[in-house]
Design a protein around this ligand. Structure first.
Ligand code: CA2
Length: 151
């Protein structure tokens, strides 16, 4: 059961290029690194007795494989699909396999940016979306996941 008192597990997934967070465009994405974000989420999970696993990949197929492997093994799913948000039917189809709450999160407000970022392939198969609150959005997503798991 790992790091968990409740027996609940949340998978937080990060898409392409998010492994380089904190190194450029801090005005859009902030200055925290992905490791710092993941550590904060794991700490927040530990306080709540929830096992938080984090995963990042730059590869669409690896993301699909990880979602498939998580079916039946997680209680909620948080994903920032990064650029795949706007393109990936494969990730959308994989998300549809999950029978747990799904929270889509973006650091930036994708609706205030270039038109190609306004469309999310995941939005209508997610439970909800958080966008535009920077790194705090991940904390909000975890809070939302916890509430959704309880209901
Ligand atoms: O706002 C978000 O969280 C995005 O998902 C980030 C993606 C972008 O393609 C989406 O439209 C919105 C880009 C992630 C790029 O990661 C960076 C890492 C370091 C510095 C700059 C960007």
């Amino acid at each position: 059961m790992g790091n968990s008192d409740t027996g609940k597990k949340i998978l937080v997934m990060h898409g392409p290029n998010l492994n380089t967070l904190g190194t450029r465009e801090p005005e859009i994405y902030g200055s925290k690194t992905l490791d710092e974000i993941n550590d904060d989420l794991k700490k927040q999970g530990k306080k709540l007795g929830i096992d938080v696993e984090t995963f990042q990949s730059n590869h669409e197929g690896d993301i699909v494989d990880k979602i498939q492997a998580s079916v039946g093994n997680i209680d909620a799913f948080i994903i920032n699909p990064a650029a795949y948000t706007h393109t990936s039917i494969a990730i959308r189809d994989a998300v549809l396999l999950l029978e747990v709450p799904v929270i889509e999160i973006h650091l930036s407000n994708i609706y205030k940016r270039e038109p190609f970022r306004h469309k999310s392939m995941v939005a209508d198969v997610a439970t909800g979306q958080i966008a535009g609150f920077g790194v705090s959005g991940y904390r909000m997503a975890l809070d939302a996941a916890v509430d959704l798991m309880a209901s």
